[in-house]
Design a protein around this ligand. Sequence first.
Ligand code: RIB
Ligand code: CA
Length: 339
Amino acid sequence: MDDVDEPRPLFPLEPAGAEEPLPVVVDCDPGVDDAVALLLALAAPELDVRAVTTTAGNASLDVVTANAARVLDLAGARADLRLARGAAGPLGRARRERDADVHGVGALGGLDLPPSSRAVADASAVDVLARAVAEWPGEVVLVALGPLTTVAALLALHPRAAADLREVVLMGGAAFCEGNATPTTEFNLRCDPDAARRVTEAGVPLRVVPLDATQRALVGRGTTEPLLASDDARGRAVGALLQHLSTRRRGPDATGAGGEEAAAVHDALAVAALLDPSLCTWVGGGVRVETAGELTRGELVVDTTAGTPRARTGWARTARVAVDADPDGLGRLLLDRLA
Ligand code: RIB
Ligand code: CA
């Protein structure tokens, strides 16, 4: 990637909650890795999770919402932590449901969590998010772990939200690597490219955690096995979820032959990147999502020269994009917080 003239400084990437817990709201589609991400976020004293909302993606809205409630119960989340239903489908064209084999039975990898009696808010996810952001202007970070339909609706229906949000941390995209939905697109952005485009254009500071980073932060047996043996139910659940995801290999050679089974826990890295940004390697720039490409609809496009004298686009320099990650860092964090 070319060196660029000194770009304008972006928001600082500091570990969350250094002085006091960072208020966050999480939109998700649990989903095996969403569940790990929620358990990590709710176990982190640096974060103050003030609302959880759901968006259809890995499974239907009913399934991801019921799963979120179950995970909140396992996490021991406060009874008054608001859980609200978001979008049941994309803004525009039809979406491909996640293949069941990725997230398994019940979309939690077969993890058998008891049904929850947790109340789901009558208010919509957009209203719950809007209220949380308006109540603490400039303080709340929105963590988006699924399709961006609900987040886009928030920004469209509540224009102040873009100014009041401190930052959006989102798991999505394939910046400079191959996609997992199509050759150039990642599932979350592919599910709803129009919504993703709106989020990238809203002017809100973005911390993007794409496949470039999540597929390098592979979690191996050195993390999964101690978690499975944990005396903490959350740790054992995360161990089981990681086992379900351990379909990749961290091998001694580039082909992946040999080595050990490992898991890409995409959404958990997005939360980890909030807790410890040094786990990832970041580039600054401006980002957009393709919405019209016949072959590339949903592709994340990153202009690292945005905001510099040699800018290739007129996009504002509002994003940091993770282009690499410490292969052992996420595992250490999960063990430290959940084992
Ligand atoms: O491509 C990875 C993303 O798609 C993750 O958020 C996973 O949960 C699925 O939604
Ligand atoms: Ca997800």
